[in-house]
Ligand binder design. Structure first.
Ligand SMILES: Nc1ncnc2c1ncn2[C@@H]1O[C@H](COP(=O)(O)OP(=O)(O)OP(=O)(O)O)[C@@H](O)[C@H]1O
Ligand SMILES: [Mg+2]
Length: 337
Protein backbone atom coordinates (compact mmCIF):
# COMPACT_ATOMS: atom_id res chain seq x y z
CA UNK A 1 0.00 0.00 0.00
CA UNK A 2 1.14 3.54 -0.70
CA UNK A 3 2.44 5.28 2.36
CA UNK A 4 2.78 9.02 1.83
CA UNK A 5 6.03 10.28 3.28
CA UNK A 6 7.37 6.73 3.43
CA UNK A 7 6.16 6.18 7.02
CA UNK A 8 4.32 3.20 8.48
CA UNK A 9 1.02 2.30 6.77
CA UNK A 10 -1.93 4.02 8.44
CA UNK A 11 -3.99 2.02 10.92
CA UNK A 12 -7.12 3.77 9.61
CA UNK A 13 -7.54 4.89 6.02
CA UNK A 14 -10.70 6.80 5.12
CA UNK A 15 -11.14 7.12 1.34
CA UNK A 16 -13.56 9.71 -0.08
CA UNK A 17 -16.27 8.82 2.42
CA UNK A 18 -19.69 10.48 2.27
CA UNK A 19 -22.77 9.97 4.44
CA UNK A 20 -26.05 11.84 4.05
CA UNK A 21 -29.05 11.91 6.37
CA UNK A 22 -31.86 12.79 3.96
CA UNK A 23 -30.77 16.11 2.49
CA UNK A 24 -28.09 16.68 5.16
CA UNK A 25 -24.53 15.85 4.01
CA UNK A 26 -23.27 14.86 7.48
CA UNK A 27 -19.90 13.69 6.12
CA UNK A 28 -18.90 14.97 2.68
CA UNK A 29 -16.01 13.43 0.77
CA UNK A 30 -13.62 12.89 3.68
CA UNK A 31 -10.21 11.30 3.01
CA UNK A 32 -7.94 10.82 6.00
CA UNK A 33 -5.08 8.59 7.17
CA UNK A 34 -4.56 7.96 10.89
CA UNK A 35 -1.19 6.68 12.05
CA UNK A 36 -0.88 3.70 14.38
CA UNK A 37 -0.48 4.73 17.99
CA UNK A 38 -1.74 8.23 17.31
CA UNK A 39 -3.84 10.25 19.72
CA UNK A 40 -6.01 11.70 16.98
CA UNK A 41 -8.57 14.39 17.75
CA UNK A 42 -11.55 15.38 15.60
CA UNK A 43 -12.71 18.91 16.33
CA UNK A 44 -15.30 21.23 14.88
CA UNK A 45 -18.50 23.07 15.67
CA UNK A 46 -21.69 21.29 16.70
CA UNK A 47 -23.20 19.49 13.70
CA UNK A 48 -19.96 19.46 11.68
CA UNK A 49 -20.02 15.65 11.36
CA UNK A 50 -17.61 14.50 14.10
CA UNK A 51 -19.85 11.84 15.65
CA UNK A 52 -20.97 10.62 12.22
CA UNK A 53 -17.35 10.14 11.12
CA UNK A 54 -16.62 8.19 14.31
CA UNK A 55 -19.74 6.04 13.78
CA UNK A 56 -18.63 5.35 10.20
CA UNK A 57 -15.25 4.08 11.49
CA UNK A 58 -17.02 1.94 14.10
CA UNK A 59 -19.48 0.58 11.52
CA UNK A 60 -22.67 1.97 13.09
CA UNK A 61 -23.19 3.92 9.86
CA UNK A 62 -22.52 2.79 6.30
CA UNK A 63 -21.14 5.34 3.83
CA UNK A 64 -22.98 6.06 0.59
CA UNK A 65 -19.64 6.53 -1.09
CA UNK A 66 -16.03 5.68 -0.27
CA UNK A 67 -14.22 3.03 1.75
CA UNK A 68 -12.85 2.59 5.25
CA UNK A 69 -9.77 0.43 5.73
CA UNK A 70 -8.25 -0.75 9.00
CA UNK A 71 -4.75 -2.17 8.78
CA UNK A 72 -5.19 -2.29 5.01
CA UNK A 73 -8.38 -4.41 5.18
CA UNK A 74 -11.61 -3.04 3.74
CA UNK A 75 -14.10 -2.70 6.61
CA UNK A 76 -16.80 -0.85 4.69
CA UNK A 77 -19.27 -3.73 4.68
CA UNK A 78 -18.36 -5.29 8.00
CA UNK A 79 -20.72 -4.95 10.98
CA UNK A 80 -19.40 -3.19 14.12
CA UNK A 81 -18.76 -6.39 16.07
CA UNK A 82 -16.45 -7.68 13.31
CA UNK A 83 -14.22 -4.60 13.39
CA UNK A 84 -11.16 -4.33 15.70
CA UNK A 85 -12.62 -1.15 17.11
CA UNK A 86 -14.45 -0.12 20.25
CA UNK A 87 -16.40 3.07 20.77
CA UNK A 88 -17.14 5.01 23.93
CA UNK A 89 -20.28 6.99 23.22
CA UNK A 90 -21.04 10.66 23.79
CA UNK A 91 -23.30 9.61 26.70
CA UNK A 92 -21.51 6.61 28.17
CA UNK A 93 -24.42 5.19 30.17
CA UNK A 94 -23.33 2.49 32.61
CA UNK A 95 -25.81 -0.21 33.66
CA UNK A 96 -27.11 1.16 36.97
CA UNK A 97 -28.04 -2.23 38.46
CA UNK A 98 -24.65 -3.85 37.69
CA UNK A 99 -21.51 -3.55 39.79
CA UNK A 100 -18.40 -1.87 38.45
CA UNK A 101 -16.84 -5.27 37.67
CA UNK A 102 -19.98 -6.50 35.88
CA UNK A 103 -20.22 -3.28 33.87
CA UNK A 104 -16.62 -3.71 32.73
CA UNK A 105 -17.07 -7.42 31.96
CA UNK A 106 -20.40 -7.04 30.15
CA UNK A 107 -18.97 -7.17 26.61
CA UNK A 108 -16.90 -10.25 27.43
CA UNK A 109 -19.97 -12.05 28.85
CA UNK A 110 -21.79 -11.20 25.61
CA UNK A 111 -18.88 -12.77 23.70
CA UNK A 112 -19.36 -15.90 25.89
CA UNK A 113 -15.80 -15.88 27.12
CA UNK A 114 -14.88 -18.42 29.85
CA UNK A 115 -15.61 -17.16 33.37
CA UNK A 116 -12.01 -17.34 34.56
CA UNK A 117 -10.83 -15.33 31.55
CA UNK A 118 -13.51 -12.68 32.14
CA UNK A 119 -12.52 -12.43 35.81
CA UNK A 120 -8.84 -11.98 34.95
CA UNK A 121 -9.37 -9.45 32.17
CA UNK A 122 -11.80 -7.37 34.25
CA UNK A 123 -9.34 -7.39 37.16
CA UNK A 124 -6.53 -6.25 34.85
CA UNK A 125 -8.69 -3.47 33.36
CA UNK A 126 -9.71 -2.22 36.82
CA UNK A 127 -6.08 -2.36 37.92
CA UNK A 128 -5.12 -0.24 34.89
CA UNK A 129 -7.55 2.44 36.05
CA UNK A 130 -6.62 2.17 39.72
CA UNK A 131 -10.15 1.01 40.55
CA UNK A 132 -9.55 -2.48 41.94
CA UNK A 133 -11.00 -1.41 45.30
CA UNK A 134 -14.26 -0.22 43.73
CA UNK A 135 -15.20 -3.34 41.78
CA UNK A 136 -18.27 -4.20 43.91
CA UNK A 137 -19.79 -0.70 43.86
CA UNK A 138 -22.76 0.36 41.75
CA UNK A 139 -22.46 3.36 39.37
CA UNK A 140 -24.47 5.65 41.70
CA UNK A 141 -21.83 5.10 44.40
CA UNK A 142 -19.08 6.57 42.19
CA UNK A 143 -17.93 10.11 41.41
CA UNK A 144 -18.29 11.47 37.88
CA UNK A 145 -14.59 10.88 37.21
CA UNK A 146 -14.78 7.30 38.49
CA UNK A 147 -17.82 6.58 36.29
CA UNK A 148 -15.90 7.88 33.32
CA UNK A 149 -12.99 5.53 34.15
CA UNK A 150 -15.40 2.57 34.38
CA UNK A 151 -16.71 3.43 30.91
CA UNK A 152 -13.14 3.58 29.59
CA UNK A 153 -12.25 0.27 31.25
CA UNK A 154 -15.38 -1.26 29.66
CA UNK A 155 -14.28 0.00 26.22
CA UNK A 156 -10.68 -1.22 26.60
CA UNK A 157 -11.31 -4.65 28.15
CA UNK A 158 -12.08 -6.07 24.71
CA UNK A 159 -8.57 -5.12 23.58
CA UNK A 160 -9.52 -3.19 20.45
CA UNK A 161 -6.85 -2.02 18.01
CA UNK A 162 -8.58 1.32 17.94
CA UNK A 163 -10.53 3.12 20.64
CA UNK A 164 -13.04 5.71 19.48
CA UNK A 165 -14.04 8.28 22.09
CA UNK A 166 -16.92 10.68 21.54
CA UNK A 167 -16.53 13.66 23.91
CA UNK A 168 -15.44 11.35 26.75
CA UNK A 169 -14.70 14.20 29.16
CA UNK A 170 -17.69 16.44 28.49
CA UNK A 171 -19.50 15.45 31.70
CA UNK A 172 -16.59 16.38 33.99
CA UNK A 173 -16.04 19.70 35.72
CA UNK A 174 -13.00 21.78 34.72
CA UNK A 175 -10.57 20.52 37.35
CA UNK A 176 -11.44 16.85 36.97
CA UNK A 177 -11.45 17.28 33.23
CA UNK A 178 -7.87 18.57 33.17
CA UNK A 179 -6.76 15.65 35.33
CA UNK A 180 -8.62 13.20 33.08
CA UNK A 181 -6.97 14.71 29.99
CA UNK A 182 -3.52 13.88 31.37
CA UNK A 183 -4.72 10.42 32.42
CA UNK A 184 -6.09 9.65 28.96
CA UNK A 185 -2.85 10.65 27.23
CA UNK A 186 -0.85 8.52 29.71
CA UNK A 187 -3.31 5.65 29.25
CA UNK A 188 -2.86 5.69 25.49
CA UNK A 189 0.89 5.47 25.97
CA UNK A 190 0.48 2.52 28.34
CA UNK A 191 -1.88 0.49 26.16
CA UNK A 192 -0.17 1.52 22.91
CA UNK A 193 -3.29 1.44 20.71
CA UNK A 194 -4.69 4.20 18.50
CA UNK A 195 -7.15 6.65 20.05
CA UNK A 196 -9.52 8.75 17.94
CA UNK A 197 -11.28 11.29 20.13
CA UNK A 198 -13.99 13.79 19.34
CA UNK A 199 -14.08 17.05 21.23
CA UNK A 200 -15.49 20.46 20.43
CA UNK A 201 -12.98 22.03 22.82
CA UNK A 202 -9.99 23.35 20.85
CA UNK A 203 -7.80 23.68 23.94
CA UNK A 204 -8.49 20.09 24.90
CA UNK A 205 -7.54 18.94 21.39
CA UNK A 206 -4.37 21.08 21.35
CA UNK A 207 -3.19 19.74 24.71
CA UNK A 208 -3.96 16.05 24.07
CA UNK A 209 -3.63 15.27 20.38
CA UNK A 210 -0.65 14.19 18.34
CA UNK A 211 -2.72 15.09 15.25
CA UNK A 212 -5.93 17.05 14.82
CA UNK A 213 -8.51 17.15 12.04
CA UNK A 214 -10.69 20.24 11.96
CA UNK A 215 -14.13 19.55 10.46
CA UNK A 216 -16.51 22.04 8.93
CA UNK A 217 -19.88 21.19 7.36
CA UNK A 218 -18.97 17.51 7.06
CA UNK A 219 -15.65 18.14 5.30
CA UNK A 220 -12.07 18.32 6.57
CA UNK A 221 -10.90 21.89 6.84
CA UNK A 222 -7.30 21.15 7.89
CA UNK A 223 -5.31 18.22 9.31
CA UNK A 224 -2.00 18.53 11.14
CA UNK A 225 -0.16 18.61 14.43
CA UNK A 226 -1.42 21.05 17.09
CA UNK A 227 1.56 23.32 16.29
CA UNK A 228 0.81 23.28 12.55
CA UNK A 229 -2.82 24.19 13.14
CA UNK A 230 -1.88 27.01 15.50
CA UNK A 231 1.17 28.39 13.66
CA UNK A 232 0.20 27.62 10.06
CA UNK A 233 -3.58 27.78 9.75
CA UNK A 234 -4.62 27.59 6.09
CA UNK A 235 -7.85 29.56 6.40
CA UNK A 236 -9.46 32.27 8.48
CA UNK A 237 -11.78 29.61 9.87
CA UNK A 238 -8.87 27.48 11.14
CA UNK A 239 -6.99 30.52 12.46
CA UNK A 240 -10.03 31.59 14.42
CA UNK A 241 -10.87 28.10 15.69
CA UNK A 242 -7.50 27.53 17.38
CA UNK A 243 -6.69 30.26 19.83
CA UNK A 244 -7.24 33.96 19.23
CA UNK A 245 -6.46 35.39 15.79
CA UNK A 246 -6.10 39.09 14.99
CA UNK A 247 -7.18 39.29 11.35
CA UNK A 248 -6.28 42.32 9.23
CA UNK A 249 -7.99 42.46 5.85
CA UNK A 250 -5.84 43.52 2.94
CA UNK A 251 -6.42 43.98 -0.77
CA UNK A 252 -7.82 41.20 -3.01
CA UNK A 253 -9.29 39.11 -0.21
CA UNK A 254 -5.95 38.59 1.51
CA UNK A 255 -5.88 38.63 5.27
CA UNK A 256 -2.93 38.94 7.57
CA UNK A 257 -3.20 36.96 10.80
CA UNK A 258 -1.15 37.77 13.90
CA UNK A 259 -1.48 35.91 17.23
CA UNK A 260 -1.91 38.06 20.39
CA UNK A 261 1.41 36.92 21.89
CA UNK A 262 3.25 38.15 18.75
CA UNK A 263 2.04 41.73 19.14
CA UNK A 264 4.42 44.14 20.87
CA UNK A 265 3.11 47.24 22.63
CA UNK A 266 5.19 50.39 22.96
CA UNK A 267 4.73 54.10 23.60
CA UNK A 268 7.50 55.07 21.17
CA UNK A 269 6.93 54.33 17.50
CA UNK A 270 9.20 51.29 16.84
CA UNK A 271 11.46 50.93 13.78
CA UNK A 272 9.45 48.15 12.23
CA UNK A 273 7.51 47.63 9.04
CA UNK A 274 4.22 46.72 10.71
CA UNK A 275 3.08 49.42 13.11
CA UNK A 276 -0.47 50.44 14.02
CA UNK A 277 -1.58 53.28 16.28
CA UNK A 278 -4.18 52.19 18.84
CA UNK A 279 -5.77 53.07 22.16
CA UNK A 280 -6.08 50.73 25.16
CA UNK A 281 -9.69 49.75 25.86
CA UNK A 282 -9.22 47.20 28.64
CA UNK A 283 -6.79 44.85 30.39
CA UNK A 284 -7.48 41.46 31.94
CA UNK A 285 -4.95 39.94 34.34
CA UNK A 286 -4.75 36.13 34.04
CA UNK A 287 -2.01 35.47 36.61
CA UNK A 288 0.68 34.48 34.11
CA UNK A 289 -0.21 37.04 31.45
CA UNK A 290 -2.12 40.22 30.68
CA UNK A 291 -4.66 40.21 27.88
CA UNK A 292 -5.05 43.74 26.52
CA UNK A 293 -7.60 44.96 24.01
CA UNK A 294 -6.82 47.94 21.81
CA UNK A 295 -9.00 49.89 19.40
CA UNK A 296 -7.47 50.95 16.09
CA UNK A 297 -8.48 54.32 14.65
CA UNK A 298 -11.11 52.67 12.43
CA UNK A 299 -12.60 51.00 15.54
CA UNK A 300 -11.23 47.50 14.92
CA UNK A 301 -10.26 45.66 18.13
CA UNK A 302 -6.86 43.99 18.43
CA UNK A 303 -5.85 41.66 21.21
CA UNK A 304 -2.29 41.53 22.62
CA UNK A 305 -1.03 39.11 25.24
CA UNK A 306 1.79 40.48 27.41
CA UNK A 307 3.89 38.66 29.97
CA UNK A 308 4.10 40.25 33.45
CA UNK A 309 7.73 41.20 32.57
CA UNK A 310 6.61 42.95 29.35
CA UNK A 311 3.92 44.78 31.30
CA UNK A 312 6.39 45.87 34.00
CA UNK A 313 8.83 47.16 31.33
CA UNK A 314 6.02 49.13 29.72
CA UNK A 315 4.90 50.75 32.97
CA UNK A 316 1.27 51.34 33.96
CA UNK A 317 -1.02 51.72 30.92
CA UNK A 318 -4.16 53.78 31.37
CA UNK A 319 -7.41 53.01 29.59
CA UNK A 320 -7.67 55.25 26.55
CA UNK A 321 -3.90 55.73 26.36
CA UNK A 322 -2.48 55.80 22.83
CA UNK A 323 0.27 53.29 22.00
CA UNK A 324 1.89 51.56 19.02
CA UNK A 325 1.22 47.93 18.19
CA UNK A 326 3.82 46.16 16.05
CA UNK A 327 5.04 42.73 15.02
CA UNK A 328 7.93 41.04 13.24
CA UNK A 329 7.23 40.21 9.57
CA UNK A 330 7.77 36.50 10.35
CA UNK A 331 4.95 36.59 12.93
CA UNK A 332 2.36 37.46 10.30
CA UNK A 333 0.64 34.78 8.28
CA UNK A 334 -1.10 35.62 5.01
CA UNK A 335 -4.42 33.82 4.49
CA UNK A 336 -6.35 33.80 1.26
CA UNK A 337 -9.44 31.82 2.24
N1 LIG B 1 -29.47 9.94 12.67
C1 LIG B 1 -29.51 11.14 12.09
N2 LIG B 1 -30.58 11.51 11.35
C2 LIG B 1 -30.60 12.70 10.70
N3 LIG B 1 -29.63 13.61 10.77
C3 LIG B 1 -28.56 13.32 11.50
C4 LIG B 1 -28.44 12.07 12.21
N4 LIG B 1 -27.26 12.05 12.85
C5 LIG B 1 -26.66 13.24 12.58
N5 LIG B 1 -27.44 14.00 11.77
C6 LIG B 1 -27.10 15.33 11.23
O1 LIG B 1 -25.83 15.23 10.62
C7 LIG B 1 -25.03 16.38 10.93
C8 LIG B 1 -23.76 15.96 11.64
O2 LIG B 1 -24.11 15.43 12.92
P1 LIG B 1 -23.05 14.89 13.95
O3 LIG B 1 -23.78 14.25 15.07
O4 LIG B 1 -22.06 14.04 13.23
O5 LIG B 1 -22.34 16.24 14.43
P2 LIG B 1 -21.25 16.50 15.58
O6 LIG B 1 -20.13 17.22 14.91
O7 LIG B 1 -20.95 15.25 16.31
O8 LIG B 1 -22.02 17.54 16.52
P3 LIG B 1 -21.98 17.72 18.16
O9 LIG B 1 -20.71 18.48 18.45
O10 LIG B 1 -23.18 18.54 18.42
O11 LIG B 1 -22.04 16.37 18.78
C9 LIG B 1 -25.93 17.31 11.74
O12 LIG B 1 -26.52 18.23 10.87
C10 LIG B 1 -26.96 16.36 12.32
O13 LIG B 1 -28.18 17.03 12.56
MG1 LIG C 1 -21.30 14.63 18.29
Amino acid sequence: MDTPGGGAPPVIRIESVSKNFGAVPAVAGVSLDITRGDFFCLVGASGSGKTTLLRLIAGFERPERGRILIDGEDMTNRPPYARPVNMMFQSYALFPHLSVADNVGFGLVEERRPRAEIRDRVAAALELFDMAGLSARKPHQLSGGQRQRVALARALVKKPKILLLDEPLAALDKKLREKAQLELVALRERVGITFVMVTHDQEEAMSMASHIALMRDGALCQVGTPRQLYDEPQSRFAADFFGVANLFDEAEGRTVMVRPEQIAVSRERPQRANVLAAALTNTVFLGNAYVCHFALDGGKVVQARLSPADMAALGALATGERVHLSWEPAAARVLTS
